[in-house]
Design a protein around this ligand. Structure first.
Ligand code: PEP
Ligand code: MG
Length: 325
């Protein structure tokens, strides 16, 4: 079976009805690139840059960050590389952060909020990213957006960093895109506004589920309530995909749902055409895509969106996953 999957490495991810699907990989650093290439991804959909910031006493210097970003951009040989600006807080707390006075880190200074509160840290990272941009196709991805005000502030910082680098004579890539994670319900509900300012969006289902259902993604006592198939979660995902399509802005899913083969057909049926996942999942998901006719799964996906509870969703999902196989 593994061998059969391996043979799909260079096969284009096209549905049975001929719709091309883009498959991207999630990585934690340059050392994952080999694994990504071995599984034939179209590019990097999520590089979690915070791994450079964890397990050390201070902040990573600009040059060290630059080398890591450059290595990934070069390793992907011109393919799109989506690097998420540092997403600390919540489940990823660095040693130096004083979180003792945060009563609830999941609702505290995290993701883009921490970056905007620590402009020196943010500027250093943006400079390292922009310097690396001439080595490939860089896309910046901003985590944990809740309001448009944050988008505007980030775009201002990016513009400032670009200007100061240009003044220093640094060469920048000519197609640097800025996108946002849709992983807080407020952003999903008002995604239309975000789509006017961003070049792309990526749905972070891990956090979207946690914040929509008020279930801590790392708390065993409530893990049975952490449900990707809750109608409210599906509604926000469907709404985001539909809005992005209407606005002509690329949308992907980069949370765990994108790499779960039980969810592939459902996401296709909700209109998703770009998936980003752990490299180990790429070929399994590709196999399902090759074996799916979108016109066959769309009617069931539509019924799933009208389902009243997750049990009903689950029974329709079983139909969805067995149709035409
Ligand atoms: C997510 O929230 O779905 C996501 C991809 O980001 P992370 O898991 O790193 O929070
Ligand atoms: Mg997240």
């Amino acid at each position: 079976e593994r061998k059969r999957l391996k043979s799909l490495k260079s096969t284009a991810a096209t549905t049975r009805c001929g719709t091309p699907i883009e498959l991207y990989a999630n990585i934690e650093g340059p050392s994952d690139i080999e694994h990504v290439r071995a599984n034939g991804a179209n590019g990097i959909g999520l590089y979690r840059s915070e791994f450079l910031f964890l397990g050390r006493d201070g902040l990573p210097p600009e040059d060290e960050q630059y080398e890591a970003y450059k290595a990934v951009l070069e390793g992907m040989k011109g393919g799109p590389v989506t690097i998420r600006t540092v997403d600390l807080g919540r489940d990823k707390m660095p040693k130096w952060a004083d979180t003792s006075n945060s009563p609830n880190p999941a609702l505290g200074l995290t993701g883009v909020r921490l970056c905007l509160a620590e402009p020196q840290m943010f500027r250093t990272q943006l400079r390292a990213l922009l310097r690396a941009s001439s080595h490939g196709h860089l896309r910046l991805l901003v985590p944990m957006l809740a309001s448009l005000h944050e988008v505007n502030q980030v775009l201002f910082h990016v513009e400032q960093a670009k200007q100061s680098l240009l003044e220093e004579g640094v060469k920048l890539g000519d197609n640097i895109q800025v996108g946002g994670m849709i992983e807080i319900p407020a952003a999903a509900l008002t995604v239309g506004h975000f789509l006017k300012r961003l070049d792309f969006v990526s749905i972070g289902t891990n956090d979207l589920i946690q914040y929509t259902l008020a279930v801590d993604r790392g708390d065993d006592a409530v893990s049975h309530l952490y449900d990707p198939l809750h109608p409210a979660v599906l509604h926000l995902i469907a709404h985001t995909i539909r809005s992005a399509d209407k606005a002509g802005v690329p949308v992907s899913v980069c949370g765990e749902m994108a790499g779960d083969p039980r969810m592939t057909r459902l996401l296709l049926g909700l209109g998703l055409r770009r998936f980003s996942m752990h490299p180990a999942q790429l070929l399994t998901v590709k196999q399902i895509i090759l074996n799916t006719d979108i016109s066959m799964v769309t009617p069931i996906a539509t019924r799933i969106q009208k389902a009243e509870d997750a049990d009903r969703v689950r029974s329709l999902l079983a139909d969805l996953n067995s149709v035409g196989t």
